[in-house]
Design a protein around this ligand. Structure first.
Ligand code: ZN
Length: 177
């Protein structure tokens, strides 16, 4: 059974994960920051706990407005990191909601991940502290049924197995200590 079989109902982020994301996001400004989330899920309680953030270099051609995980680092993480559960990137200037481009990129990660997180930097005027507005989503998937008949044999497999992914907001709680 894959973790996606049980619908995720609760998301917990360790406080250090928030701190690390914040630090990395501010360090990357004005560019978009990105990285992966490491954690574990408990099917019984339908809870996913994120325990670690690993920054990945943004190798997008225009990193001010988009992100692309460094392919070498990403491949290594995808192959070796057992606790890979999510993806993070920042929107330095816009609301932390999935953009059209984010949704177009989703199929390249969707099958491997359960959580999608986007943050925007929000400097607190009162304290001057670096803080963030963080939105978290769970990745849901479903088969896309192509209506047109397969035009040739080469495409048959891809068409019948095309999976589509969607993002559904899931609030997070912060796990201290
Ligand atoms: Zn984005």
């Amino acid at each position: 059974m894959t973790p996606c079989d049980a619908p995720l109902e609760q998301l917990l982020l360790h406080a250090e994960v928030i701190e690390h994301i914040t630090e990395h996001m501010y360090g990357c400004l004005p560019q978009e920051a990105c990285g992966v989330l490491i954690g574990h899920s408990r099917a019984a309680s339908r809870t996913l706990t994120v325990t670690q953030f690993i920054p990945v270099k943004n190798t997008a051609e225009s990193p001010l407005h988009s992100f692309h995980l460094d392919p070498v680092h990403w491949t290594r993480l995808a192959l070796t990191e057992k606790g890979l559960v999510g993806l993070f990137h920042s929107h330095p200037h816009t609301s932390p909601e999935p953009s059209r481009e984010d949704m177009l990129q989703l199929p390249s990660f969707g099958g491997l991940l359960q959580v999608y997180a986007i943050a925007r930097p929000t400097v607190s005027v009162a304290s001057g502290n670096h803080s963030l507005q963080l939105h978290t989503y769970k990745i849901t998937r479903g088969k896309t049924h192509m209506e047109s008949p397969a035009p040739c044999k080469v495409n048959t497999l891809a068409q019948h197995n095309a999976e589509s992914y969607a993002l559904a907001p899931i609030p997070f709680d912060i796990h201290e200590g």
